[in-house]
Design a binder for this molecule. Structure first.
Ligand code: BGC
Length: 726
């Protein structure tokens, strides 16, 4: 029994300040941590030839410690790939799979069996502190991206853990919050991406979320873990908790949460007592262990793979750079400001130009060997930047960072206020250079959501800098380009008219400066599109009314949460399915930049739509030809939206139902893209019948370059309503 209990609890976690009850388990054979800095491990049973699996984060690349005591190997740095939100903006499934392969290879070569990624919670509101780890406000994009990432990582023999299942959309009181969501919103928005990722990616593991859902911790819900995940979607792997997630070890195992991570002495004690008292059926343990061992049988450690701690970091840096450039979104480009002419001189402003935010903080962070600043990228691309300006920023950042309070592990560092550059100096620089670049940076991460002031909205210092640079450069007829080095949406509507071009670089990973310079110079033609709406104000998001939620009166017992005040709290998802563009378009609300938006250096024309039939039967084939009718090479993201007839359920004005991306098209070149829609792609979830339903009537099918830029439309009929089982 001790052995069985040891298998369903991880080997624990050493961390200063762990509250009582969180100490590492006592039952089980703990090997010395094979991979220092990995998030956790499973117990070994040497008697039975069962080795210990190592589990490590995360979504932007492997997170392990870069240095080891008394070790002569050297360093163990990993590649910081671009954040998931950037990857999703590429809308390029092959690219994401390629990034997954690269991440998987690194995990493999550093001895990690399961990568705790991808993360695919929905961007319900831009203020979510971990949005950068997630893909999109849309479940189709999220699910397709996650599935691609899973396939890529697992192609290397490394398992994945899709997380956080489910409805973990913000950080406030994350260990106790009760998410109240209706069945339709769950099925169509919050579960849908997981469903796609499970069916199309076949992840080895799923990680349950911290939150409660409709009154019960997700890790204790057998409907989520057994009925939906395994029963309806056919998941065959193992389910683990998030770290210290949930409360009741017995209920978790019974519900189908096979593995409790990172594992605590308290959990082991509870389980042993429950078996003795016949409150926990041994058959439950056996079932959970079978799921765990089935994953172990596929693992690298079980196959005896001998890793060399020497992954191809150079090769992976090249993949990170390419992915970063391919996922950047050109939001605005007045009078073809970009690409920049070669060899010109640039006045480069903004703290983040000199210290880029390569990714967010917390478990989604990566210990990388280097990060490329924007000025470095520009210099290498042949642009002239100003050494004095660089020195001034470097000195300022050094002095200011010394003033910050010591950084707490995992927490977001305080943002250094934007450096003030005097108006006269800006005028002088504007005279001496050909164009200006201003970078605005944002960071966020685990344990806290973002603020509206000075975060979603620009700070006063940023506004002053933008206004002064724009005025000085425009006075002398020169252009201003803004780079957004951010992990989530910020306010753009109030200032975008002041500047000429805006490149959304997201948090592009360690090769940041090189990748941005690739796009600014035109070496890479931008082809990213928004997978998340840029609204005008935070208040425009329907979820804002219920964000972050309310603290309930009764308090939970102290010490039940590792890292956050354990206050019982609740958030009601009154916005239901009206998340992101589904809300904005249906309510005719203006946005700053709509879902799917992204400019290119070239132009594309769309031919007529060809539908296989005017009447939908089991499926419908859709064909469209896209032509590069501009002067430069480029790639186009092609988006297919459906508008369903009004039936019993309220329908969004349009919903993304398929997408594709062309290869690099030279001027005048065309590519034909084919899509196939199945009945499920037309369906909405009817909470009354508990089935997916397709209403009868006339459907409009629009294909275009964004959710508001539909270039070609056709119609088809569904003669008789269809009901599809879950
Ligand atoms: C995060 C997970 C992560 C785990 C292990 C938790 O705090 O929510 O995403 O995988 O820690 O580091």
């Amino acid at each position: 029994m001790d052995e069985k209990v040891s298998l369903v609890t991880g080997t624990g976690m050493e961390m200063p300040g762990l509250p009582p009850g969180f100490q590492a388990p006592v039952v089980g054979v703990s090997e010395n941590a094979r991979v220092p800095g990995a998030a956790g491990a499973t117990f070994a049973i040497p008697r039975l030839g069962i080795p210990s699996m190592v589990l490590a984060d995360g979504p932007a690349g492997l997170r392990i410690l870069p240095h080891r005591k008394e070790d002569h190997h050297g360093s163990y740095y990993c590649t910081a790939f671009p954040i998931a939100t950037l990857l999703a903006s590429s809308w390029d499934i092959e690219l994401v799979e390629q990034v997954g392969c690269a991440m998987g290879l690194e995990a493999k070569e550093y001895g990690v069996d399961i990568l705790l990624a991808p993360a695919l919670n929905i961007h319900r509101i831009p203020l979510g502190g971990r949005n950068f780890e997630y893909y999109s406000e849309d479940p189709l994009v999220s699910g397709k991206m996650a599935a691609a990432m899973v396939r890529g990582v697992q192609s290397q023999g490394v398992g994945t853990s899709i997380k956080h299942y489910v409805a973990n959309n913000h950080e406030w009181n994350r260990n106790t919050i009760d998410v109240i969501a209706d069945q339709r919103a769950l099925r169509e928005i919050y579960l849908k991406g997981f469903e796609l990722a499970v069916k199309e990616g076949k992840p080895w593991t799923v990680m349950t979320s911290y939150n409660k859902l409709n009154g019960t911790y997700t890790s204790e819900r057998s409907d989520l873990l057994s009925d939906i995940l395994r029963g309806q979607w056919g998941f065959e792997g193992l389910v683990m908790t998030d770290w210290f997630g949930g409360r009741n070890a017995v209920l978790q195992l019974v519900a189908g949460n096979d593995l409790l991570m990172p594992g605590t002495a308290r959990q082991q004690k509870k389980l042993l007592e429950a078996v003795t008292a016949e409150q926990l059926d041994e058959a439950v343990l056996d079932r959970d262990i079978e799921n765990i061992l089935n994953v172990l049988l596929k693992s690298l450690v079980f196959s005896g793979y001998r890793y060399g701690d020497d992954p191809d970091l150079q090769g992976n840096a090249a993949i990170a750079r390419k992915a970063a450039a391919d996922g950047m979104v050109l939001l605005q480009n007045k009078n073809q400001t970009l690409p920049l002419a070669s060899n010109i001189s640039l006045g480069v402003f903004g703290n983040s130009s000199y210290e880029m935010v390569t990714g967010g903080t917390g478990s989604g962070d990566v210990n990388k060997a280097h990060s490329i600043s924007l000025v470095k990228g520009l210099d290498e691309a042949g642009y002239t930047t100003l050494a004095k300006l660089e020195d001034d920023y470097a000195n300022y950042l050094e002095v200011e960072s010394a003033k910050l309070p010591p950084r707490q592990p995992f927490r977001v560092p305080e943002r250094i206020p934007e450096r003030t550059v005097l108006r006269d100096e800006i005028i002088q620089i504007a005279g001496a250079t050909d164009a200006a670049i201003v970078t605005l940076g944002r960071n966020s991460g685990e344990f806290a959501d973002r603020e509206i002031e000075d975060d979603f909205n620009l700070s006063a210092g940023e506004q002053q800098l933008l206004a002064a640079v724009a005025e000085a450069y425009h006075q002398v007829g020169k252009k201003v380009v803004v780079i957004l080095n951010i992990g989530g949406v910020i306010e753009t509507a109030s200032w975008r008219d002041q500047v000429d071009a805006i490149l959304l670089a997201w948090q592009p990973g360690q090769e940041a400066g090189f990748a941005i310079a690739d796009v600014l110079s035109g070496t890479v033609s931008p082809s990213g599109k928004l997978a998340t709406t840029f609204a005008i104000n935070v208040a425009d998001y329907p979820s804002a009314e219920n964000f972050p939620g309310v603290v309930l009166e009764e308090a939970e017992p102290n010490g039940s949460s590792l890292v956050q005040a354990a206050r019982a709290a609740e958030v009601v998802y009154e916005d239901s399915i009206w998340v992101g563009y589904r809300a904005f378009h249906t309510r005719n609300m203006e946005t700053a930049f709509p879902f799917g938006h992204g400019l290119s250096f070239t132009r594309f024309s769309y031919g007529d739509l060809q539908l296989s039939s005017a009447v939908f039967k089991d499926k419908l084939s859709v064909r469209v030809t896209v032509t590069n009718c501009g002067e430069l090479p480029g790639r186009e993201v092609v988006q297919l939206y459906l508008s369903a007839p009004s039936g019993r359920l309220d329908k969004p004005a349009s919903e993304l139902r398929a997408f594709g991306k062309t290869r690099l098209l030279q001027p005048d070149a065309s590519q034909t893209l084919d899509f196939v829609l199945a009945a499920m792609d037309l369906a909405s979830f009817d909470p009354v019948t508990g089935m997916w339903t397709v209403d009868a009537g006339k459907y409009a099918l629009g294909i275009g370059a964004s959710s508001t830029d539909i270039r070609t439309t056709d119609y088809f009929q569904v003669v008789e309503a269809l009901s599809l089982s879950v």
